[in-house]
Design a protein around this ligand. Structure first.
Ligand SMILES: Cc1ncc(COP(=O)(O)O)c(C=O)c1O
Length: 359
């Protein structure tokens, strides 16, 4: 019987803390579609300030935040967006920018560190002299931290260089900052410096920050005015959202400071896993709270078998493919949970091997 659970599936799995629940229960609310919810206003004002932008808008999810941002910047038919081939927008958002927005994606290879080569980005910008044939490049999207590259961080210098390139060609820059606070923490820079070059940013409240629901998009006042209309169009206008925003305000206060600890726990876990025969984690890629666990070819186990064995022991991870698992640290995983997880991995690998060898 499972006596202990450690949930490493994602940093989206956290439960609202008691302080969040209390804040939700007593939140001052009003109709936000009409623009009168005072707690939403407080959260949006606070996030706009932290991000160094003029205005902000609460949205139900990171996916909607990205979709709205792309659609605001690409409001002319035939628009094209340059984005990472391993980016969340490109892979995991149902192709919404195309199916809903009619925006054409121009994927550029993501390097292992989450960047795209600047010269490859520049080479992908359409020559306007070919407008009779080509779609028109209007936007570049970055992702920071880059989840599918293992939570790697894009530096201020890199982001500024992409921003300069965008400006030079009259393009906009959007940052999917679902885990922007993780990146800022890991890089030891204020959040606003990381997004100074961006015209818009979408930041998730319900990942590392631990709020139950929501994301916020930020940008200029005119960007947010257009975003508010699109949010309504997409069905994301909600009434008494102060209840959700109250929890997010607590998350900002309570949990930003815990991210560094999450990153340390990720490194401890990664180090320990590397000591287990048959498993490998690229330590250099563990910059924030995400780790990829590779199963060596020589091992008799597979990701599916290990996943199942771990699940039976109460350790939940995500299976990426036949030889890779993913674990994500968050504030509701303790240091002792990390050591428990390591012992479960050890036993699970052994358990699978024994089954395979028939003893
Ligand atoms: C990098 C990144 N961007 C965007 C999202 C979308 O967020 P949501 O699940 O709130 O739609 C995610 C979700 O995991 C993500 O990892």
């Amino acid at each position: 019987m499972v006596t202990r659970m450690v949930d490493l599936r994602s940093d989206t799995v956290t439960k609202p803390t008691e302080a969040m629940q209390a804040a939700m229960a007593t939140a001052e609310v009003d109709d936000d579609v009409l623009g009168f919810d005072p707690t939403a206003f407080r959260l949006e004002t606070e996030i706009a300030k932290i991000m160094g932008k003029e205005a902000a808008l609460f949205v139900p999810s990171g996916t909607m935040g990205n979709l709205i941002s792309v659609l605001v910047h690409c409001d002319i038919r035939g628009s094209e967006v340059i984005l990472g081939d391993n980016s969340h927008i490109h892979i995991y958002e149902n192709g919404g920018i195309s199916t809903i927005g009619g925006v054409y994606p121009r994927p550029v290879k993501n390097n292992e560190d989450g960047t795209m080569d600047i010269d490859l980005i520049e080479a992908s910008i359409r020559d306007q002299r070919g407008e009779l044939f080509y779609p028109t490049t209007r936007l570049i999207c970055l992702e920071n931290s880059q989840a599918n590259c293992g939570g790697r961080c894009l530096s201020v210098e890199y982001t500024n260089r992409v921003g300069e390139l965008a400006k030079k060609h009259g393009l906009k820059l959007h940052i999917d900052g679902a885990r922007l606070f993780n990146a800022a923490t890991a890089l030891h820079v204020p959040v606003h410096r990381l997004v100074q070059a961006a015209d818009s940013v979408s930041v998730c409240l319900s990942k590392g920050l631990g709020a139950p629901v929501g994301s916020v998009i930020v940008g200029s006042k005119s960007f947010i005015t257009k975003a508010r209309i699109l949010r309504k169009t997409l069905g994301g206008g909600m009434r008494q959202i102060g209840m959700l925003c109250a929890a997010a305000l607590v998350a900002l206060q309570e949990n930003v400071g815990k991210l560094e600890g999450d990153h340390k726990k990720a490194r401890t876990l990664a180090d320990g896993l590397n000591d287990i025969k048959g498993l490998r984690v690229d330590i250099n890629s563990v910059e924030t709270n995400i780790i990829f666990i590779d199963i060596e070819e020589s091992s008799s186990t597979t990701a599916a078998k290990l996943f199942k064995n771990l699940e039976e022991r109460g350790v939940l991870v995500m299976q990426v493919n036949s030889s890779r698992l993913r674990g994500v640290l968050h504030h509701q995983v303790s240091a002792s949970d990390v050591y428990y997880t390591l012992s479960c991995f050890q036993q699970a690998v052994k358990g699978v091997e024994q089954t395979e060898n028939g003893n």
